[in-house]
Ligand binder design. Structure first.
Ligand code: FAD
Length: 458
């Protein structure tokens, strides 16, 4: 428990209305997007400036109080859950878009800016911020940077890391530092890159300079229908090896297709073993050529049917379905283990076949969807944590999926982070010397281990 005197000090930094200790508040900040982890903080603070955060961190560092940064709390790996209690430092009041430089293609934002709000504002000037986690209605830029978030567009446009030019960061000691050199590269070690994807364990992002891009002139959505989910996986690299790089490629298996249809009636083929959703973007001419190309290549490699969306309404229907993907999966069982293993694209069919075999062997249902374009799939096991036998089988099945992904040359997390969920698997596929370097980096940034302690590292 935090001392009353510390709560008073925090109150005087923030003024009382931006600090919460009520039972309801502590409960509301005890969990994240979907995981089963629950742990209450002692206090929740809502700072508005880097200077306030610096003052809070100085107190926390002196008193050795754990601090867990938090944006919208949509994390899928337990990252914003205050597992060691202490302070939740929530950035949602820091939501200003500070500076858009159209001529430089950059925007400077505070960490609590919601992705959807950013793209709405940028869209008025004909720009967008490409990384697109499907939680974009609420995910904040700070959370995206901390998780190095990706999404369907990562195939052509890359993930958050590719768009961060500079960062202002408050260190656990309270010092405010600036990392990255906008547009000129970084002399010496690239410390901004270490902060990106560090899951709030090294410091708090309080400002970010980001690269933005002009909105493509045209887009088209194409739906490929498959009798075999592994064939859909193969079609991903067949399209790419033929020189077409769609903006997005998403894979949905039969279970997901039928769940969407039950929920939304969007006209997906219920009998298909899988569908691939492609979006091509660019000039109108390029979009037409690429859509025709996907149609031809997909049919050449065994696609049962190819639908090219007639207009934006039909395209939106399909993408709305995709966005509801996790909601559909998470609503379908008492407990869902939703993972995000990533393998080289050529190994997607192998991974899918292995998932099927693992599902049969452990008698569990494994649902597959994901950003297949860059090999990032979300095998999700439907289970029930209260049914010990089933849950143990599900755990063993997931363990094998991780091993399979590593065996195929992949990683255990492509975008959702390690957090609390995957700590015990982290050492697989990473050399001990590399783990040591990472731990030493953590100790340099955070000598007293107050910054999101208990995450990534047990
Ligand atoms: C329905 C659904 C769909 C999703 N789809 C995707 C997807 O397609 N791709 C994807 O990558 N992710 C996806 N996610 C996961 C999640 O939404 C992203 O990781 C998102 O970027 C998290 O943002 P947030 O603001 O909610 O962060 P939070 O959940 O609040 O925090 C995430 C992590 O970042 C840290 N953090 C937050 N703010 C800061 C800060 N200012 N400085 C330092 N650390 C900070 C926290 O401590 C925590 O460890 C999805 C989640 C849901 C619920």
């Amino acid at each position: 428990m935090i001392k009353e005197s510390v709560i008073s000090e925090l109150s005087s930094i923030l003024s009382n209305k931006r600090i919460g200790t009520s039972r309801e508040m502590l409960k509301a900040y005890s969990y994240d997007g979907t995981t089963n982890w629950i742990s209450e903080p002692d206090v929740v603070v809502f700072p508005s400036t880097a200077e306030e955060i610096s003052a809070i961190m100085k107190i926390a560092n002196t008193e050795r109080i754990p601090v867990t940064p938090r944006g919208a709390g949509t994390c899928l790996s337990g990252g914003p859950v205050p597992i060691k209690h202490g302070i939740i430092l929530c950035t949602i009041n820091m939501k200003d878009i500070l500076d858009i430089k159209k001529e430089d293609w950059t925007v400077t934002v505070e960490p609590g800016v919601v992705l959807m709000d950013l793209n709405t504002v940028l869209g008025r000037d004909g720009f967008f911020f490409p990384p697109d986690p499907q939680s974009f209605l609420s995910a904040t830029i700070g959370g995206m940077i901390a998780e190095n978030a990706g999404g369907p567009a990562c195939l052509k446009y890359g993930v958050t890391r590719q768009y961060v030019l500079g960062l202002q960061v408050v260190l656990p000691t309270g010092e405010i530092i600036h990392l990255g050199k906008k547009n000129y590269g970084t002399p010496g070690y690239n410390l901004a890159d270490i902060i990106i994807g560090s899951e709030g364990t090294l410091g708090i992002v309080t400002k970010a300079e980001l690269k933005i891009l002009p909105v493509p002139q045209a887009r088209k959505t194409i739906l490929g229908v498959y009798d075999d989910v592994a064939l859909a996986g193969e079609n991903v690299y067949r399209i790419l090896e033929n020189g077409i790089i769609p903006g997005k490629i998403e894979l949905l298996d039969n279970w997901v297709i039928n769940k969407f249809e039950d929920m939304m009636h969007i006209g997906l083929p219920r009998q298909a073993d899988a569908v691939l959703l492609f979006e091509v973007d660019g000039t109108p001419e390029a979009v037409e050529t690429e859509a025709r190309g996907i149609n031809e290549i997909a049919k050449r490699y065994g696609t049962r049917e190819v639908r090219i969306a007639a207009d934006a309404d039909e395209a939106n229907k399909y993408w709305m379905g995709r966005r509801a993907g996790f909601a559909a999966v998470f609503g379908a069982a008492k407990t869902v283990m939703a993972e995000d293993v990533t393998v080289p694209r050529g190994s997607i069919p192998d991974l899918i076949q292995n998932c099927k075999e693992i599902a049969n062997r452990y008698e569990v249902e494994i649902v597959i969807l994901g950003h297949a374009g860059d090999g990032n799939l979300h095998p999700s096991i439907l289970t029930d944590a209260d049914d010990r036998q089933h849950y143990e089988r599900a755990e063993k099945a997931m363990d094998e999926i991780f091993s399979c992904a590593i065996r195929l040359g992949g990683v255990i997390s492509g975008e959702h982070g390690i957090g609390l969920e995957k700590q015990r698997y982290l050492k697989r596929g990473i050399e001990p010397a590399v783990i040591d370097i990472m731990k030493n980096i953590k100790a340099i940034f955070d000598p007293n281990n107050i910054m999101n302690p208990g995450k990534i590292w047990e």
